[in-house]
Design a protein around this ligand. Structure first.
Ligand SMILES: Nc1nc2c(c(=O)[nH]1)N(C=O)[C@@H](CNc1ccc(C(=O)N[C@@H](CCC(=O)O)C(=O)O)cc1)CN2
Ligand SMILES: Nc1ncnc2c1ncn2[C@@H]1O[C@H](COP(=O)(O)OP(=O)(O)OP(=O)(O)O)[C@@H](O)[C@H]1O
Length: 216
């Protein structure tokens, strides 16, 4: 647990109830804590998703522009790189304009595809105007069987913490995907500044991002 007494005082939503009891050597196993953490994560996700959906569309567009500039500063020349991005939904920053510039600069973009629940995502190559089809949860995915391994994964997040741990939609897809890749890619989490949490109560399966890029 990265939770510290300092963190506890800054918790926004109600913390999982066990967390008050925890101290070094409390002797509580991960299996006992997880149901509480899962409940806390679900409530926190719902709150953060509602918060970002309340941001007006024009403001979201402005914030996505700032995030795109920060990504350029972070990545530099993307030529020859394979960048795993995402097709935005539920108020995620829309980086599709930035995706279009990647192609012009000699990089290859890819979009994530859910093949089945509780399994890693695959990435399919995507260039602007390529044909899309409806994937799981109606998220558009490239209409091709081709798969590609990203060396940079830009993943949308619902929440994040000071340890660069990412709270997603709860499917465990990104954690499974990263764990299964042959070589760890550069992991960049994308979100809004107001989605920062003192801690997401990281668990053994949670893989921290290398960088978090936010605006707003
Ligand atoms: N834009 C975008 N694309 C993405 C992701 C993402 O986070 N953002 N993913 C990153 O993983 C994958 C899709 N993951 C998803 C995971 C859960 C739900 C979802 O709606 N879950 C239900 C509960 C489902 C259940 O528990 O059975 C829900 O929240 O109501 C949607 C997408 C692949 N594509
Ligand atoms: N590498 C893994 N192997 C097996 N199970 C995993 C792995 N990674 C995550 N999980 C499982 O996935 C479930 C959801 O995890 P978690 O709450 O961290 O999702 P999330 O990071 O918010 O979702 P997502 O990655 O889809 O955005 C948990 O039950 C967790 O045990």
């Amino acid at each position: 647990m990265s939770d510290t007494p300092g963190d506890r005082t800054r918790l926004h939503a109600s913390p999982p109830c066990f967390m008050h009891e925890l101290g070094d050597g409390a002797g509580i196993s991960i299996a006992e804590i997880w149901p509480e953490v899962r409940r806390w994560r679900k409530a926190t996700r719902d709150r953060l998703i509602a918060e970002r959906l309340a941001v007006p569309a024009a403001e979201r567009t402005r914030l996505a522009g700032i995030i795109a500039q920060k990504l350029d500063a972070l990545i530099g020349d993307p030529s020859g790189r394979v960048v795993g991005l995402y097709w935005p939904f539920r108020g995620e920053p829309d980086l599709r304009p930035w995706l279009a510039t990647l192609h012009d600069r000699g990089a290859m973009a890819a979009l994530p595809v859910v093949i089945q629940k509780a399994a890693p995502l695959v990435f399919r190559p995507y260039r602007p105007r390529d044909t899309l089809e409806r994937g799981v949860w109606n998220i558009p995915v490239p209409a091709t069987d081709k798969e590609i391994v990203p060396d940079i994964v830009v993943s949308p997040l619902v929440g994040f913490d000071k340890g660069n741990y990412r709270l997603g939609y709860g499917g465990g897809f990104y954690d499974r995907t990263i764990a299964a890749l042959p070589k760890k890619p550069l992991l960049i989490g994308i979100g809004y500044a107001f989605s920062q949490l003192p801690t997401i109560y990281p668990q053994p399966h949670d893989i921290p991002m290398d960088r978090i890029v936010t605006a707003g």
